[in-house]
Unconditional design. Structure first.
Length: 364
């Protein structure tokens, strides 16, 4: 890896270690552990695997010797065997891994949002699937021919996130198609620790149900920004107390409409699938869910590491801009210059630091 890549990976690892420290994750899984490697080192390496779009454990361990700066930062004198990382991934509890998500939250108050997406569990190309479908349609099944192979279901992934910080707070993972409105409360309830910090909750029309509106207003104590279905139906024919309240608020609203923050949720899902891939390489259902959780940890660490780089660049840009602006003003004010406005009217700039102007009055 190049030096630039190493620097980013070190920032990536730093953000994960900071989240582990905030969540008070222990260093070793058991008091009888060999203590050759810490649990923090294993979690960072598993997140780096997802940063490389879920490459195999064996390939990851083959690439680690080239990352000398990263190994020095993590304090790894030897590289763990690839089966060690695989066993740690299977052994860690889901509650422990999902609790790390909340360690990335830094804001005292923020807007939240919820949405769902799907992750593919098969690795065949689109062209191969189309050709296979054509073959199945044209070729009739003969006696003794094996039955058609069932198409694998996708993994339903419900995500609850901090829209201001672009941090995923909790998730609900299931197989196949699910109803969004029934998955909202099980997903958000995993992040009860941040309920006092949430200002509003944004969601699309798929989450429009009375119990979801009630949960947002009472349990979360946040502004209800769930989009309503059938806005043209009058309030008297709308079911549910909180749905009627939301519709009255929508009808009585004057002036400019509120700013929609739901598109930030779409950008979070876009980054998750574009940067880290939309395919899951694990074969067992437990392994697929665990790989998705480590992918979310990698996403949160990626957002934090990118923010450090962009923030540093903006600070340097601001310093350079201020220096150039001061130099420009000094160069203009050092020499007296005349700026022609018209044939008779002009402005005279005096020496720095005082700028005097003389504009003839009308009628003179």
């Amino acid at each position: 890896m190049t030096k630039k890549k190493e620097t980013f990976l070190i920032r990536f690892a730093k953000s994960i270690l900071k989240a582990l420290k905030i969540r008070q994750v222990r260093l070793y899984g058991s008091k009888y552990s060999k203590k050759t490697y810490t649990l923090h080192q294993h979690i960072v390496l598993l997140a780096i695997r997802e940063f490389h779009k879920g490459i195999g454990f064996r390939l990851l361990c083959d690439l680690l010797p080239d990352s000398s700066l990263l190994l020095e930062f993590l304090g790894l004198s030897t590289i763990p065997h690839f089966t060690t990382l695989q066993k740690v991934s299977q052994r860690l509890k889901s509650s422990l891994v999902e609790g790390i998500f909340l360690g990335f939250v830094r804001r005292a108050k923020f807007r939240s949002g919820i949405d769902s997406t799907g992750l593919s569990l098969q690795h065949s190309t689109y062209y191969y699937e189309q050709r296979l479908e054509q073959f199945r349609k044209t070729k009739r099944r003969k006696p003794g021919r094996p039955r058609k192979r069932r198409k694998k279901k996708h993994q339903y992934t419900s995500l609850f996130a901090d829209l201001d910080g672009r941090i995923i707070l909790s998730t609900k993972l299931l197989r196949g198609k699910k109803s969004d409105n029934k998955m909202m409360i099980p997903t958000i309830s995993k992040a009860k620790i941040v309920f006092g910090q949430i200002l509003s909750n944004d969601a699309d029309k798929g989450y429009d149900a009375e119990y979801n509106h009630k949960y947002t207003n009472e349990a979360m104590d946040a502004v209800d920004n769930i989009k309503l279905k059938n806005k043209d139906i009058p309030v008297r024919r709308t079911r549910g107390t909180y749905r009627k309240k939301a519709k009255r608020k929508l009808r009585n609203k004057r002036g400019r409409p509120r700013k929609n923050h739901r598109n930030k949720m779409e950008s979070i899902i876009f980054v998750l699938k574009r940067v880290f891939g939309e395919h899951i390489s694990a074969t067992s259902s437990k392994g697929q869910r665990q790989q998705t959780r480590f992918r979310i940890i990698a996403h949160n660490a990626y957002v934090k590491a990118k923010r450090v780089i962009i923030g540093g660049f903006l600070r340097v840009l601001n310093i350079g801009f201020n220096f150039c602006a001061r130099a420009f003003i000094y160069s203009i004010s050092k020499f007296c210059c005349k700026i022609l406005i018209s044939d008779k009217n002009y402005i005279v700039l005096s020496n720095f630091p005082i700028i005097k102007t003389s504009i003839p009055k009308k009628g003179t």
